[in-house]
Design a protein around this ligand. Structure first.
Ligand code: ADP
Ligand code: ASP
Ligand code: MG
Length: 424
């Protein structure tokens, strides 16, 4: 008998039929004798609708949060998961499974106070362990928790993955199964490249890079938690027949296992390609080249909660002036420009230019640590397709390249093919 946390994403609970189908997946594991806790997302599209409603409201005077009043934002957008947790509990009860829904605050899932993007700080597993003891399937609303100010908090978009992994760690589950609309983690987004292949295993480090660099199949924080707590996490499909042979295999269920790199026998040089659209490039022209300039720019941007990503600096010929280029999410450009205006006099620069609609494509693989020439291959392949490179950053296991947005799909497919990822 194992202890399993099963998480179902938005498309998996998109309507009543799909919720009934999810209940069959859960019942299968219960019938096999396992202790089961379930985490659900809102029905697909629901959270977007709720966010849209918040954004459609007039902004309170003096409010400077992009979420308006972030506490009310959380009260509203957390509601989607309340509905699906209740509906799934009813569907399970109708099949004779002893089930009950629970909201984040009832467990409680304690978070910090960063409303809209809260981090889980503590889950006392004993609440859910007690439910296992009663033979109950707890259906937990994902994406939400309880903040220190005693209010509902949410964990940032895609946060139900993190709810599930954190619960799995808290109850010391044998497995956390993330059910979604694809049957695992692929070499790249299968919606962009139909030739993408499913990986049977991927290391925590590579999955962390894939998720951070845009592969939204798992929320970044969920991968961090899985890595830190050693949670055995599988990404698998809820769209397969719940009772197909092998679906209930306790050791090797169908899907992709996220695991330590030493569990992966055949390590490739490149494991996957990720992309992130809606990046913007901001360039400061003719900056004074003296100590403290970078701190004078990036400190205030960080204070404003703006996530700066790639940074490139060029020294001018006479060495006295420099150009600084960096990227931020397109949604933050307006705020970033406003912050830069406030430091223009102290930092000293001639002009600010910005360009929206950029994309970042990234090549990821642990094998890059020991193989040279991976970056050169990418640059050559993109050049052959006449794709202009705007900026480059690298780390030990990834290369990220900033390009013009309209070339995203072409760049992803080109890189996917040049490293042989589409070959079986
Ligand atoms: P859920 O609603 O179940 O949380 P998401 O939409 O958040 O599902 O994540 C699943 C989606 O992630 C897939 O439909 C797929 O388009 C996308 N995706 C992006 N990159 C990858 C990848 N490398 N492997 C698998 N799916 C990916
Ligand atoms: N429903 C939330 C969202 O759409 C959380 C999740 O799906 O993981 O972001
Ligand atoms: Mg998701």
């Amino acid at each position: 008998m194992a202890r399993i946390v099963m998480k179902f994403g938005g498309t998996s609970v998109a309507d009543l039929d799909r919720i009934h189908n999810v209940a069959r997946h859960v019942k299968r594991e219960v019938d096999a004798g396992h202790d089961v806790a379930v985490v659900v997302s809102a029905m697909s599209g629901k959270t977007n609708e709720l966010v849209g409603w918040v954004k459609g409201m007039p902004k309170a005077t003096g409010a400077n949060s992009p979420f308006f009043d972030a506490r009310e934002y959380d009260a509203i957008v957390a509601s989607g998961e309340q509905i699906t947790s209740g509906l799934l509990a009813i569907a399970l009860q109708s099949m004779g499974v002893h089930a009950r829904s629970w909201q984040g605050w009832q467990i409680p899932i304690r978070t910090d106070n960063a409303h809209g993007a809260a981090r889980i700080e503590e889950i006392d597993g004993s609440f859910l362990i007690k439910r296992f003891g009663e033979g109950q399937v707890a259906v937990v609303a994902g994406f939400q928790g309880l903040s220190p100010d005693n209010r509902i908090s949410t964990l940032g978009r895609g946060g139900s993955d993190t709810s599930a992994v954190a619960i799995a760690a808290a109850v010391k589950a044998d497995r956390c199964d993330i059910y979604t609309d694809v049957d695992g983690v692929y070499t790249t987004d299968p919606r962009i490249e139909p030739k993408a292949r499913r990986l049977s295993k991927i290391s925590f480090e590579e999955m962390l890079e894939m998720a951070s660099l845009g592969a939204k199949v798992l929320q970044v924080r969920s991968v961090e938690l899985a890595m830190v707590h050693g949670v055995r996490t599988f990404v698998r499909s809820s769209f397969e027949d719940p009772d197909a042979p092998g679906m209930c295999d306790a050791i090797n269920p169908p899907g992709t296992l996220i695991c330590n790199e030493d569990e992966i026998v055949e390590q490739q040089v490149v494991t996957g390609i990720a992309y992130a659209k809606d990046e913007a490039q901001i360039s400061l022209r003719r900056l004074a080249d003296r100590p403290g300039v970078s701190a004078g720019i990036f400190g205030p941007l960080a204070d404003a909660g703006i996530n700066v990503d790639m940074i490139v600096q060029n020294i001018s010929e006479d060495g006295s002036r420099t150009d600084m280029t960096f990227t931020v999410p397109s949604a933050d450009v307006g705020r970033a420009l406003a912050v830069l205006e406030t430091v223009r006099d102290t930092v000293g620069f001639d002009a600010v230019q910005h360009d929206d609609g950029m994309s970042k494509v990234s090549v990821i693989g642990i094998g890059m640590r020991s193989h040279a020439g991976v970056a050169a291959t990418a640059f050559k392949a993109l050049a052959e397709k006449a794709i202009n490179i705007r900026a480059i950053t690298t780390s030990e296991i990834k290369i990220s390249i900033l390009i013009d947005g309209p070339y995203t799909e072409l760049a992803v497919r080109t890189l996917h093919s040049v490293y042989g990822l589409d070959k079986h």
